[in-house]
Design a protein around this ligand. Structure first.
Ligand code: AP5
Length: 212
């Protein structure tokens, strides 16, 4: 089962990917998380990527491709954030890594900005919260592991704008590409996460697969 999540920053790709991973036993591969981990570990590729991420633009293809290469050694995954342009799609295809279904989360810009500005993440286990929509039980503390919650550096207003522009300029064209391949499903993701998830598990393709 090879699923690709698409959609603008803050659409809920990571949130839904976590749910799919838990319920279908697929590995959640988030290129953003992989990059943030590489920075935390002072990995030379991560250090090169840092300035690009803080500006809200894509990191150079060779960096992300090198980091993703070793993670893509499974055939049960939900990819989130990669590929992000046609050069990255080409690399996947050259490596014979096919995608079965592309879930394109559609959300309006006002919702995106409110979701991103309220996002908080656990520094220990990576669980995603939202100050209003999905708050932790205890302010600033992860419900799952007790880790501290933090705000991503690129979740500040100016960088959010740049990330949205980058998405429109470079990533949106993949929607047309996968649409022409006949594997794209558009999902209205403006409702809460349960509603969005139900729309996804209601798709014939996923209904045929076992889920909890
Ligand atoms: P990345 O980490 O991939 O960020 P992104 O694509 O901008 O996506 P986000 O993580 O911001 O949003 P999401 O859709 O996962 O939303 P989430 O579920 O968290 O990339 C960061 C940077 O890394 C890039 O800018 C780039 O520099 C670099 N990069 C990454 N991949 C790359 C690549 N392939 N090539 C080159 N560079 C790359 O939800 C957002 C918030 O909303 C949360 O607070 C959540 O709780 C809340 N929420 C979610 N769903 C709902 C809902 N249904 N209702 C209410 N609230 C909700």
């Amino acid at each position: 089962m090879k699923i690709l999540m698409m959609g603008p920053p803050g659409a809920g790709k990571g949130t839904i990917a976590e749910m799919l991973s838990e319920n279908f036993g697929v590995v959640h591969l988030s290129s953003g998380d992989i990059l943030r981990d590489a920075i935390k570990e002072n990995n030379p590729l991560g250090m090169k990527a840092k300035a690009f991420m803080e500006k809200g633009v894509l990191v150079p293809d060779e960096i992300i491709i090198e980091l993703m290469k070793e993670k893509l050694n499974t055939d049960k995954f939900v990819l989130d954030g990669f590929p992000r342009n046609l050069a990255q799609v080409k690399k996947l295809e050259e490596a014979n890594i096919g995608i079965d279904i592309v879930l394109n989360l559609q959300v309006d810009e006002e919702t995106i900005i409110s979701r991103i500005s309220g996002r908080r993440i656990c520094e220990k286990c990576g669980k995603i919260y939202h100050l209003k929509n999905m708050p932790p039980k205890k302010n600033g503390i992860c419900d799952v592991c007790g880790g501290k919650l933090y705000q991503r550096k690129d979740d500040k207003p100016q960088t959010i704008k740049e990330r949205l522009n980058t998405y429109k300029r470079q990533t949106e064209e993949l929607i047309k590409y996968y649409g022409e391949k006949g594997i794209l499903k558009n999902i209205d993701a403006g409702g809460n996460k349960e509603t969005t998830y139900a729309k996804i598990t209601d798709l014939e393709w996923l209904k045929k697969r076992r889920y909890k």
